[in-house]
Design a protein around this ligand. Structure first.
Ligand code: 8YV
Length: 328
């Protein structure tokens, strides 16, 4: 009888190495094809693995290119794709819809970790943390000085949040603890209970002109791609700071680098880059950048939560229930 049960387990291609707790759960309830070495699969590899295993589902991450060439070539056995991310710009959603493939994502569980990290980016950039750390590590600190590494005061300043979804709102909550005045631009105005007095701009460009710090928290879509370009940076206050924990594609790198070099912007805190893991080399050489390698959701609790959400969604789908976090 055990054999029958094992045969009934659904086969899932898991493209990245996940936390031990999540891989244990997958091994218990599914027939997972795990990625022990955690190499990033090329699109053709994902298709080949799905074909070889006659996979029922894929569990992918934002580092995978699950574009139209993958979706069109997947075997008909693949009925569901669970992405280990809240962003889904790496997946051909329209293609999945056409092929009747269910797609789920991982909202909520990574909200707090990403909002915390956005605070780190803002403080790191404003208070010149990377420069200070480098000075210490390089043995260049000769002692305290009244004018050493003076940064930008954050308390009481105007914070502009582009994209007031779950993460934007969680960041606003934290920033209110710093007595910051919150402005936001969003497709739609929030209800007062979610707005908490934040100032809504239906024109994001109008918001740029009034903020001391801009935080990018919106998804990457055709409308937001390269939103922050040279023309819009010119609308910002001199000495403003830019923070991005969403997607690199929302920033025009050359424009941001030009503004950081020229001193138009005081600093930038960046956790995401356009062609990760590549980044425009100039970011690494500028003193006024605070850079992290896409750590937004990188806590044990959050990565367990994301993995468990993927499995919860697959469980529901294969049990014939509505997956709680279904995109299509
Ligand atoms: C993830 C993210 O770490 O969820 C997202 O969209 O950007 C990050 O939290 C990463 O994308 C994992 O797939």
């Amino acid at each position: 009888m055990t054999g029958t049960k094992t045969a009934a387990k659904k086969t899932v291609i898991v493209t990245r190495k996940l936390t031990a707790a999540v891989e244990r759960r997958l091994a218990r309830d599914y027939a997972p094809v795990l990625n022990a070495t955690d190499e990033v699969y090329a699109p053709a590899r994902i298709v080949a693995l799905a074909r070889e295993a006659k996979a029922d589902a894929l569990l992918v991450a934002a580092t995978d290119n699950v574009g139209s060439e993958v979706i069109e070539a997947l075997p008909a056995s693949v009925k569901a794709i669970a992405t280990f991310s809240v962003g889904y710009n790496h997946i051909d959603i329209a293609g999945c819809k056409r092929r009747g493939i269910c797609v789920t994502y991982t909202p909520d569980v990574l909200t707090d970790a990403t909002a915390d990290l956005t605070m780190l980016l803002m403080l790191g950039a404003a208070r010149r943390a990377a420069e200070g750390e480098r000075m210490l590590r390089n043995g260049e600190w000769t002692g305290w000085a009244p004018t050493q590494l003076l940064g930008t005061h954050v308390t009481g300043k105007i914070l502009g949040i582009l994209g007031m979804g779950r993460i934007g709102r969680a960041f606003a909550k934290r920033a209110r603890g710093f007595d910051m005045k919150i402005h936001y631009a969003n497709r739609t105005r929030l209800t007062p209970d979610l707005e908490h007095g934040a100032v809504f701009h239906d024109d994001a460009e109008a918001m740029l002109a009034v903020v001391d710090i801009l935080s990018i928290n919106c998804p990457a879509t055709p409308e937001t791609t390269r939103f922050l370009d040279a023309r819009r940076i010119a609308l910002m206050k001199d000495g403003a700071i830019v923070v991005n924990s969403a997607r690199g594609a929302i920033i025009d790198d050359r424009a941001l680098i030009g503004a950081l070099r020229a001193g138009k912007l005081a600093a930038a805190g960046l956790d995401v880059f356009d062609r990760e893991p590549l980044l425009d080399e100039t970011y690494r050489t500028l003193p006024n950048t605070f850079l992290l390698p896409h750590l937004g959701s990188a806590t044990v609790e959050t990565r367990d939560g994301m993995g468990n959400k993927c499995v919860d969604n697959l469980d529901a789908f294969f049990a014939g229930r509505a997956p709680p976090d279904r995109l299509v």
